[in-house]
Design a protein around this ligand. Structure first.
Ligand SMILES: [Zn+2]
Length: 501
């Protein structure tokens, strides 16, 4: 649909505003922060350019006659050197708001939303578009179950003009990120200046994925590696955003048949959701989605990756084939693997140490939790699982251990049934930690019983300073250099117990 042309009056007002705007947006106060952010944006883009070796595969999708159609193309990334000057002075003082904060950016997938063709007076519309897209985005699986693995930051990029370029309609706009429909002559391909996009994302505390919204109602989008574009104000935006996320984050192929060679004749593609092998071949080769073939809805359906014949998809109709469909099992499993490739299952734990630590340590792990919580925890002593030790905290029963060095370990696993590839689950969705502990018992006189004679020793050293090797006849049980209430607490736990040495 063609954009509604703006009135001349609007443009006149706008020109006056433009004359004023450099002073408004680039005040001296912001200069220092500006330069730092600009460098961060440049570093993000430099990294993106290097990782993609200067060019990127881009998927694009559109609806025609109610069906999803599109293709993919390769676009050259603009050389970093062209941007160094621009980035020093431009854009990166944008306001950034963290709108979904689920944990430390170092262990989350940080999605940065940027907008193009939104003027200062379009900001309320921008916030609304972002909210609409995100609430729909995280309502669907597997994102609904894995929302705790994501942060979302909204960067308020302000453009000089409203709307984005539509060269096929003679519409050109002066915008911050140079988004354009009809990119390379493909009407539905909504391109962006990748360098400017990453530069703007530099205003966020961290950036792993960019979601770029064009201020437009016109259908279109693109799935670059780690970057998806879409119309901010199209009723299908959420669905398209999720489909492009399937490309840009999930590394999934299109499962529709449109516009390619009628019969696919190439090699087995790398994407997990398309294959030249039928069900029998997949089962005997143990490849692609063979683990899911027992489900009634999973099979090898012919037609995918833009061809009608010679290539199969796992389900009759997933979100990679049509909008308003679930991702289905095979694509869902892949997206979960991609999430865990970026996020460790353990956020925090008892600090790891190269030297043995007190056997009276209260051990803990803090896992990142899916919804519902499918995390399983098992604690071990000397490699043996401790029965019922499945909580986030653990204290070994020291009375059962001989004096000296032992090992405490824990394994944290996401046991979700949305994953069936156990090799990848073990690689990506399970983490083990080990500590060495130094076992010392409250039986200070070594008579194999914790009793009143030991208590006499403890009170004798009460509040004394202690050090290696004696540690006040062992009564500084936690080896913190003083006999105090914590040692008494440990002592009381073993009161009148028999112990071994
Ligand atoms: Zn697609």
């Amino acid at each position: 649909m063609r954009s509604k042309p703006k009135s001349k009056f609007h443009y006149h007002i706008f020109s006056i505003f433009l004359l004023l705007s450099p002073q408004l947006f680039a005040g001296t106060v912001a200069q220092t922060a500006n330069t730092i952010s600009a460098n961060k944006g440049l570093a993000l883009y430099n990294n993106y350019y290097q990782q993609n070796e200067g060019e990127v595969e881009v998927y694009y999708d559109n609806i025609e006659d109610g069906k999803l159609v599109g293709g993919k193309t390769t676009l050259a990334l603009p050389p970093v050197v062209e941007y160094q000057g621009i980035m020093q002075q431009a854009s990166a003082s944008w306001n950034c708001e963290t709108i979904i904060n689920n944990g430390p950016p170092g262990n989350r997938i940080d999605i940065v939303v940027v907008g193009d063709g939104y003027t200062l007076s379009d900001m309320d519309a921008y916030y609304l578009h972002v909210d609409n897209i995100l609430s729909g985005y995280f309502a669907q699986q597997p994102l609904a179950s894995y929302i705790n693995f994501f942060n979302v930051h909204r960067v308020d990029v302000i453009s000089n003009e409203s709307g984005v370029d539509e060269p096929d309609y003679g519409i050109y706009r002066n915008t911050a990120l140079d988004m354009s429909y009809n990119c390379g002559g493909t009407p539905r391909l909504l391109c962006i200046d990748t360098a400017k996009a990453w530069n703007a994302a530099g205003a966020a505390p961290a950036a792993d994925q960019i979601l770029a919204l064009a201020n437009s109602t016109r259908y279109g989008g693109a799935g670059y590696t780690s970057l998806a574009t879409m119309a901010g104000n199209n009723s299908q935006s959420v669905e398209l955003a999720l489909h492009e996320f399937g490309h840009s984050f999930g590394k999934l192929a299109d499962e529709y048949e449109y516009d390619g060679p009628e019969t696919y004749t190439g090699p087995e593609p790398p994407q997990i959701n398309i294959s030249i092998y039928d069900a029998g071949q997949q089962a005997s080769l143990q490849t692609k989605w063979y683990r899911w073939l027992d489900l009634p809805n999973v099979d090898t359906y012919e037609g995918a990756n833009y061809s009608m014949y010679g290539i199969y998809r796992p389900t009759y109709n997933s979100k990679m084939r049509s909008l308003n469909r679930p991702f289905e099992e095979v694509n869902t499993e892949q997206i979960i693997f991609r999430i865990y490739a970026n996020v460790s299952i353990i956020d925090n734990s008892t600090p790891l140490s190269s030297v043995p630590i007190s056997c009276y340590t209260n051990f803990y792990v803090v896992p990142v939790k899916p919804i519902p919580n499918t995390i399983g925890i098992q604690w071990y002593v000397d490699g043996e699982p401790v029965s019922d030790a499945n909580a986030a905290t653990f204290s070994p029963d020291v009375a059962l251990l001989t004096d000296g060095i032992h090992e405490v370990s824990v394994t944290v696993t996401d046991n979700t049934s949305m994953v069936r590839n156990e090799v990848k689950r073990a690689q990506l969705m399970r983490k083990s930690l080990q500590w060495r502990i130094n076992v010392v018992k409250p039986d200070f006189n070594q008579d194999n019983f914790v009793d009143v004679t030991d208590f006499a020793i403890l009170t004798n050293y009460w509040l004394d300073a202690c050090s290696a090797p004696g540690w006040c006849e062992g009564s500084d049980l936690d080896r913190d250099g003083i006999v105090n209430f914590n040692d008494f607490r440990i002592f009381a736990r073993y009161w009148l117990e028999a112990v071994i040495h």
